[in-house]
Design a protein around this ligand. Structure first.
Ligand SMILES: [Ca+2]
Ligand SMILES: [Ca+2]
Ligand SMILES: [Ca+2]
Ligand SMILES: [Ca+2]
Length: 263
């Protein structure tokens, strides 16, 4: 334990009786535990990474508003859930060197920073000490460096991003084409279905020969509703969008329930 780390308080730890949702472990090809996704802390989902470095390098300077937890008890609650959902009962609880940032075969301490003044740090110690207690420490929050310690690593906490099925950066709940990449969300007729998933040109919730007739009359023009891919001209590329959607409803869209009966 570095000399700069002074234990302030050690409180008895009791495993919560109600385990929360199961996190998904992130393990690399060598079997090293890099972190986990969807760690459930009182209904809020976090992705975590185990990393060496300074809090400043992990948290954009590690100022008061940069670290996720406001106080020691919040950090403890989060770390406790991490312990329950990731470590307890797994090989990573008994083989500490398998956790990224730790090389020591006997112990690994993972630290969760909390906001308690810029120069305070909250560290919840929990590897291989489960059942014996957690400890709160203070040190220089921003500059404390785990890099040269074989048995200490940081936990970097990030809110789990909301689901984004098509990976276009727009969360499903806000995406006007949930299954078609359209970061620009272009929707020229304003019906809540983005153009890339809206070949239903007459708005009757089915793409069929009636829409094809409308499309034909717009061929080689600028559209815009018939310009599904948004390149400024209605052409064969757009026709292929229509083909894919033929006899299907528009969407699915996260922003309208129109046509939901047919979706
Ligand atoms: Ca999306
Ligand atoms: Ca989309
Ligand atoms: Ca539309
Ligand atoms: Ca139609």
């Amino acid at each position: 334990m570095p000399r700069s780390i002074l234990p302030l308080a050690v409180s008895a730890f009791a495993v919560l009786a109600m385990p929360a949702g199961a996190a998904t472990l992130v393990v690399d090809a060598n079997g090293q535990l890099l972190g986990a996704t969807e760690v459930d802390v009182s209904g809020t989902l976090y992705d975590v990474e185990f990393l060496d470095g300074t809090c400043a390098s992990l948290y954009n300077g590690c100022g008061l508003n940069d670290v996720p937890f406001p106080n020691a008890s919040a950090a403890l609650a989060a770390a406790s859930q991490l312990r329950i959902q990731v470590f307890l009962g797994s090989v990573y609880d008994t083989e500490p060197e398998l956790t990224n940032g730790c090389e020591n075969t006997k112990r690994c301490f993972l630290y969760a920073p909390f906001r308690d003044g810029i120069f305070d740090i909250g560290m919840t110690v929990f590897r291989n000490r489960s059942g014996s207690g957690d400890a709160t420490y203070t040190t220089d929050l921003a500059t404390f460096d785990t890099t040269f310690s074989s048995d200490i690593a940081w936990i970097k906490w990030s809110l789990t991003p909301p689901p984004d099925a098509d990976g276009d950066g727009v969360a499903d709940a806000n995406d006007n084409c949930v299954l078609a990449g359209n970061p620009d969300q272009r929707d020229t007729n304003g019906d809540g279905f983005g153009n890339v998933c809206d070949a239903d040109l007459n708005g009757d919730c089915i793409v069929n020969p009636l829409d094809l007739a409308i499309f034909r009359s717009a061929f080689f023009g600028p559209g815009p509703d018939e310009d599904f891919d948004g390149d400024g001209v209605v052409n064969t590329a757009d026709l292929s969008y229509m083909r894919t959607a033929f006899f299907e409803p528009p969407g699915p869209s996260g922003v309208t329930t129109d046509c939901s009966a047919t979706n």
